[in-house]
Design a protein around this ligand. Structure first.
Ligand code: SF4
Length: 101
């Protein structure tokens, strides 16, 4: 019998715009993980038979490729469930951190 993860959390960025005192899952300087690296990780989770994927960080809405990554997981790779853990402070006029070259 073959086993794989049922549900996976994928950290797409470590940076966060908040600094909650209890949290050790963030910093305020790391660049976002490159989208091509994240697509490879999504591909691998799919090969493992993963049912659902949750985008998280840091604060995932700071990643400029978040909409593209969600669409890739949902429409292209056909994950049954996609989700996100966010602090809910997204502002459309906010500049997020730049991806490293
Ligand atoms: S919003 Fe979330 S990731 Fe950011 S510092 Fe608070 S608990 Fe950590």
């Amino acid at each position: 019998m073959r086993y794989g993860p049922f549900f996976a959390q994928l950290v797409i960025i470590r940076c966060c715009n908040l600094h909650c005192g209890y949290c050790n899952e963030y910093d305020q300087h790391s660049p976002p993980i490159m989208p091509e690296v994240l697509r490879e990780r999504i591909d691998h989770l799919k090969r493992l038979g993963t049912f659902g994927i949750c985008f998280t960080g840091g604060e995932p809405t700071l990643h400029s490729a978040l909409p593209e990554l969600v669409a890739y997981a949902r429409r292209t790779k056909r994950f049954f469930r996609t989700g996100m853990i966010t602090n809910g402070t997204y502002r459309h006029d906010r500049q997020g951190p730049r991806e490293s070259a």
